[in-house]
Each structure stands twice: as C-alpha cells, then as structure tokens.
Design a protein around this ligand. Structure first.
Ligand code: ADP
Length: 245
C-alpha cells in the first residue's frame, strides 16, 4: 500500500530526507526511527504530498496513487480516508467548539460515507471508547481518548494504512501501551498497514516488523525490526539503542 523509490526532499539546496526504498504492505508495520531532525516527519508528510515549499523527487505510490503526479481530487481521495494521518497531539488539531460526533459526521460526509449513529458508534467501539464520547468537546477528553478517537476516525473512513507521527509521545506510559496495543489489534484484525515515525525504540520494538534508521536525512540502516534492534549493523543504531532506557 506504500511504495517509495529514490525519494529525496530538498528545501532550497539542502537535502533533508533521502530514502532509497520504503515499502509498507497490508498488515505490516514499518517504523522510521532516528533522533530529532533526522528527516522522519518530512519523509512521512512527503508521502501524502503535504510538504509546502519542498522539492520532492522520486516515486511515491500510496494506495495505488502516484502521489507526485496525482490531481488534487485523487490526493483528496486518499488523504484522510484510505491513508490516514495520525499526529502527536490530535486535540490541538480539533476545533474546540465542535463535538467529536459532529466532527466524525462531517469527515464521513466529506468522503461520501454514510454517517449514521450505528456507523459512528461501531467506529468508536472498535477503539474501545464509549459511544457517549461522541457528545464530548475536544477539551473534555484525555490525550489518550483523543488519540483513540483519531484512530476511530481512520477506522470509520475505512483507512487501509495509517501514517502515524509520534502517536504516543504526548501520552503517559500506560496510555502509550494501550494505544500501541490498539494499533496492533487493528493491524491483525483489519490488515491495516502502519507507517510509524518514532524516536522511541522501546515502543518500536513492540510493534514494528521492519525498521528504517535515519540520521541527518539519510537511511543508515534498514531491515527486520528483530534483527536491527538486537544486532544493529550501524554504529548510529547502536548509539540510539544505548540511549534507550
Ligand atoms: P524529525 O521528524 O526526524 O525530527 P524533520 O523531518 O522534522 O525531522 O526535519 C528534518 C530537517 O528538515 C530538520 O533539519 C528541519 O529543520 C528541516 N525542515 C523541516 N521543515 C522544513 C521547512 N519547512 N523548511 C526548511 N527546513 C525544514
């Protein structure tokens, strides 16, 4: 569902991300790890054509759409629906005066989906939330609930792949584990693909099948998560692992 070849993102003359190869299949979780500023988010955002003022080259295919050459209409059809973006703090992206249920209804309608109570209740129940939450305003829910809701929205819209940028970094540890367990379950039950950006190797080790390690815009190592995280081939990966509690 995601196929990337020879991706390069430049701002002016500066290359901030260079990814020769990145694939995510159905039911698979690929994690991009690396320290802050290594180009992880830039890579993720480029896959949905969301970077402004950047020069992006290479081949990017998401859910069968050639992202770099797609029309605005084709891009709208994948963004938010077939390929859902989950951010670090969804609450800040939600309108404070709109109840979660209204927000979900608007998103479903925007993508031409039925927005019945039953559809919405099923989506929130799929992420272990009480449907009563649909009557809440964003400030009335916790960070973990907001993140679950963002994932419920992806489920309701029929997402095939979730692109998640540090989805648990703003949450405390027990809630982090719950959100990761949820993503793992959706992957197993629905064959959801997952591209995860994280600086947290401990978390990555609990969910990722494959890992790409980025440093200063380059992929320094990639491979099966079990191998990369237990027997890293690159000194930088070893440094990251040593810095992990
Ligand atoms: P990470 O997600 O690994 O923390 P980012 O992808 O956010 O890293 O950033 C990679 C590099 O790209 C950083 O050096 C950052 O300063 C630079 N960068 C990000 N956005 C822009 C932009 N709009 N203009 C210029 N440089 C940018």
């Amino acid at each position: 569902m995601i196929e990337v070849r020879d991706l390069e993102v430049r701002y002016g003359t500066r290359t901030v991300a260079k990814v020769p190869e990145l694939d995510v299949a159905a039911g698979e979780c690929v994690a991009i790890v690396g320290e802050s500023g290594s180009g992880k988010s830039t890579t993720l955002m480029s896959l949905l054509g969301l970077l402004e003022n950047a020069q992006v080259t290479g081949q990017i295919t998401v859910c069968g759409v050639d992202v770099r050459n797609a029309s605005p209409r084709e891009l709208r059809a994948i963004r938010g629906a077939r390929a859902a973006l989950v951010m670090q703090s969804p609450q800040s992206a939600l309108s404070p005066t709109t109840r979660l249920g209204s927000l979900m209804r608007a998103a479903l309608k925007l993508h031409g989906r039925a927005a019945t109570r039953a559809v919405m209740a099923a989506a929130v129940e799929a992420v272990m939330l009480d449907p009563a939450i649909l009557r809440s305003y964003p400030h009335e829910v916790s960070g973990g609930q907001a993140q679950r809701f963002a994932i419920a929205l992806a489920v309701a819209l029929g997402a095939e792949v979730i692109l998640a940028d540090e989805p648990t970094s703003a949450l405390d540890v027990t809630v982090q584990a719950e959100v990761v367990a949820l993503l793992r379950r959706l992957r197993a039950e629905r064959g959801l693909g997952l591209l995860l950006v994280s600086h947290d190797l401990a978390l990555v080790s609990t969910i990722a099948d494959r890992v790409l390690v980025m440093k200063e815009g380059d992929v320094v190592e990639s491979g099966p998560a079990a191998r990369v995280l237990s027997a890293p081939g690159h000194a930088y990966t070893r440094e990251l692992l040593e810095a992990t509690p």
